[in-house]
Design a protein around this ligand. Structure first.
Ligand code: AMP
Length: 216
């Protein structure tokens, strides 16, 4: 049976870090909407150019564009057995569309892992974050350093500081999250799918809690 898991939470709470770990231990595909946009920006596609104009301001990319991109990804054969969705959905219309897409092949959102942390932690994590150019592996200059400065441990690619991880843009992104994404907490709670995990803990403890939540 296919399993679809959504990771929900504010920017910098650890969704990307945890999604990569969970994908490895569950053998499910990791789909990150932010990574897909960044891939398009790197390849200078039309979608990338459009997405960048929103991302640089800390705003959400319009629903229709985002939904079409995820649809294209989720209908590939490697998602037939399930996926871990990181950063999508981010609005109620995206959540509605996700349900419809998954229903087309008999699936549904099984569990929503809602990761939380105080705003001061989100700012600390995003301001010290380094991301890998090739595959989006995530590091932190204090809490999770690469073995060699500036180089990804996994694929040897360059580490860079995301344009939208500046203090100013992160503050906007947190505001956008509170306004446009927070309604999904109630959306999924009402449907009995929400499990809340304390993301203020260290990486390993958060992973343990997420895996415990999934086993239930
Ligand atoms: P992330 O890598 O998840 O932090 O996303 C980086 C940026 O990509 C966000 O600030 C948005 O501009 C855009 N983005 C990612 N996912 C979505 C989404 N589901 N809907 C709209 N915009 C998104």
């Amino acid at each position: 049976m296919a399993i679809y898991i959504v990771l929900l939470g504010p920017p910098g709470v650890g969704k990307g870090t945890q999604a990569k770990i969970l994908a490895e231990s569950t053998e499910l595909v990791h789909i990150s909407s932010g990574d897909l946009f960044r891939e398009n920006i790197g390849n200078q596609t039309e979608l990338g150019k459009l997405a960048k104009s929103y991302m640089d301001k800390g705003e959400l990319v319009p629903d229709d564009v985002t939904i079409a991109m995820i649809r294209d990804r989720i209908f590939r054969p490697d998602c037939k057995t399930g996926a871990i969705l990181d950063g999508f959905p981010r609005t109620p219309p995206q959540a509605d569309e996700l349900e419809k897409m998954l229903a087309e092949f008999g699936g549904q959102v099984d569990t929503v892992l809602y990761i939380t942390a105080a705003e001061s932690i989100l700012i600390e994590r995003t301001s010290g974050r380094w991301s890998c150019r090739a595959q989006g592996h995530i590091y932190h200059q204090e809490f999770n350093m690469p073995k060699q400065a500036g180089i990804c441990d996994y694929d040897g690619s360059e580490l860079y500081h995301r344009d939208d991880d500046t203090a100013e843009t992160v503050a906007i992104r947190i505001g956008v999250y509170l306004e446009q994404t927070m309604p999904l907490v109630e959306y999924y709670r009402k449907r009995g799918k929400l499990v809340e995990v304390n993301g203020a803990q260290g990486v390993e403890q958060v992973t343990k809690d997420l895996l415990t939540a999934l086993k239930k």
